[in-house]
Design a protein around this ligand. Sequence first.
Ligand SMILES: [Zn+2]
Length: 208
Amino acid sequence: MIHEILRVGVLQCNCSIFGDEETKQAIVVDPGDDLESIHAVLDQHGLKVKSIIVTHAHIDHVAGAAKLRAETGAPVYMNERDSMLLDMLDVQASWLGVETPERTEIDVPAQDGTVLQLGSAEFQVRETPGHTPGSICLWIPRENKLVAGDTLFLDSVGRTDLPGGDGKKIIASIQGQLMNLPPDAVVIPGHGPSTTIGREKRHNPFLQ
Ligand SMILES: [Zn+2]
């Protein structure tokens, strides 16, 4: 499996591009910005976008989704409980001092039980509300990888002081939905360096 992580936009959101070597299909997670860089990686590997997944509707994760959807025809998967954040993209843009991006449609609701296929690998959606009401993580058993959005970070968890955030829910989501994954599973957070489930279980101060 091809897996490239790009840091996109002013907040350096980790955008993951997964590609299957045989089918040449790709899944792009969190195309927050810098579509030219995303297309360059896709072209470099000869990949065609099959699906776009947005872990939550904060502007730094979702801003490029409508454009990438229009350019590739690929459907956008997102949890519908974050629709209210899509409705306030203009407010989010004013927080960052950037232009308001086009609002994406949600083509397929992403929720517990939603599975995307890429080659022989399954991408399983796990709902992890807390950072936002509709935050999701992606568990890829074959790769032993978790794409965590802004739910779990190295030594930290997502902030819950923005509209729709809930400090109790994010801890419950992590404990209930993520800490049962293998200790050596690699966690790719929405920002910053990767970690593992086991490391965060032992050392993350928010989970002790
Ligand atoms: Zn966020």
